[in-house]
Design a protein around this ligand. Sequence first.
Ligand code: FES
Ligand SMILES: [Fe+2]
Length: 452
Amino acid sequence: MNSETKRRTLEDWPQQQLRGHKLEGSRYNSKEFFAQEWEHMWTKVWLLLGREEEMPNRGDWQREDVGPESFIMVRQEDASIRAYYNVCQHRGARLVNEPKGHVNRFVCPYHAWAWTIEGDLNFAQDSEDFPENPCGKLTLEEVRCESFAGFVWINMDPDCVPLKEFLGPVWEDWEGYGIEKWKRYFARTTTVPFNWKVIMDNFNESYHVPTVHRATGTAAEKARFLPGIDTDYKNTRFDLSDEGHNRMIMRGGHGGAGLESDGSIGEPLATDMRDWDLNPDEFTKRGEETREAIQEAKRRIGPERGYDHYANMADEQLTDALHYTLFPNFAVSVWSDGFHFLRARPHPSDPEQCIFDNWWYASQPEGETAPVRTNANVVERDAVVEHEVYEKGELDMGVTIEQDLAIMPGQQAGFASRAYKGAYLAGQESRLSRYHELIDDYIEGRRPLPKK
Ligand code: FES
Ligand SMILES: [Fe+2]
């Protein structure tokens, strides 16, 4: 079949020579290191900030903060998006304080200077009282801004490489899904009491999975946590890109990982199978055959159900857990129909806190009406899910992520102990090393630069 021969495959990424890293505790709690990261890394790297669909019309804007800085992204007349520091050039007031909105001009709340969405000052009160009229002279400070997968990224460094170059092979891997058309079904943000790298380290390894996500209770309850995912590192593909991004592929849709004691297929893999017209009972004691059966069913039935994106995807992308960590602060599990977005933003001033975001997007097959199962809940397909920012205890992030978060304050405390001598890493934790080496590269002045 023609479509078979053209089918996308996921190539291995190049081998990386790791230098080895001690991961000293001071990296997570010292103000000096925190300041170096800010100065040399955060201000020089592409950062995922916004979502295109939240700014559909000219003048729609979205605000997002990273560390001590705040940014405004705003839709332009020509449909592009530009991004500015959220700072008035009169005397430094924040131009906007709400998370999003719509303007014709940004009018500063302090002395009413008005800035066009193109970033030009076009009104200053008592303009004749200035040595020179600031209108037409001053502009908002702009940052580089590009979009990919429906997300808006910014870079504070005017000399940065283009986003596509920065993302390297991730760009190609994600193109097939059509993520730019996917819709948000879960969006929560909270401040947590540990360094941002504690979160990224955690999502850079699955070594913790059998312990932290160890399921208790019945077999059905156990299967809830990592249903049908083969988490054994020996069966997992690990890739480290030249650009510093990591990929891990664990086989999913895999009955061997969630079999009941009698060899039958457990939940929710069994439900996933029924969703694709497969009878799990026929796979009792044949759990290892479920993955391919689901892939085949999705290829066969997907198009008629509106799942057009399957045609652009590799077999692994139909069933497996593809987990990416994009340097520096963005971890994503991409499923055939779900994009689980985890981001850790640095705190404005405290190395021992960070801002944690947990969002879920789902594909939008035409005609599909079934509710969406996110990492944390089940949501009606036509629901409009607003971004919720909460204080500890008011809401939660879903069972699995809460299990991760529960470990972290203790680890942050351990970093401050006189007894902690640095990490002792397993091979499957190489992605941590790589990440920390990249941070050091930036701090020591080795960062990607545009080709001359
Ligand atoms: S600080 Fe913005 S108008 Fe004065
Ligand atoms: Fe985890």
